[in-house]
Design a protein around this ligand. Structure first.
Ligand SMILES: [Zn+2]
Length: 89
């Protein structure tokens, strides 16, 4: 996460979401498609100010930058399941 001179100052909620997102990557979590199935998911790109973000327990389609489109192999990921697996073993 980088701050640019002259850019908008991120809100505390955005900063907390970004930190949780990057920690999730450090623990092996993938990006998931931002959709109505899991609004407020930490591992998507769709931060919404005022919405409580969390790690979803739903199976979601993986997306990767730079296109942020769905994985053509339709691989899926359950952030909460994997978070528990990586942290608890
Ligand atoms: Zn990311």
């Amino acid at each position: 996460m980088f701050l640019q001179a002259g850019a908008n100052i991120p809100t505390p909620a955005y900063t907390a979401d970004a930190i949780a997102h990057e920690v999730g990557h450090g623990l092996g979590l993938r990006h998931i498609y931002p959709g109505a199935q899991a609004p407020g998911e930490v591992m998507d790109y769709d931060f919404a100010e005022g919405m409580r973000e969390s790690f979803s327990d739903l199976v979601q389609q993986i997306v990767e930058p730079p296109t942020a489109t769905g994985d053509p192999q339709t691989n899926t990921h359950n952030p909460y399941y994997h978070l528990k697996r990586y942290v608890l073993g």
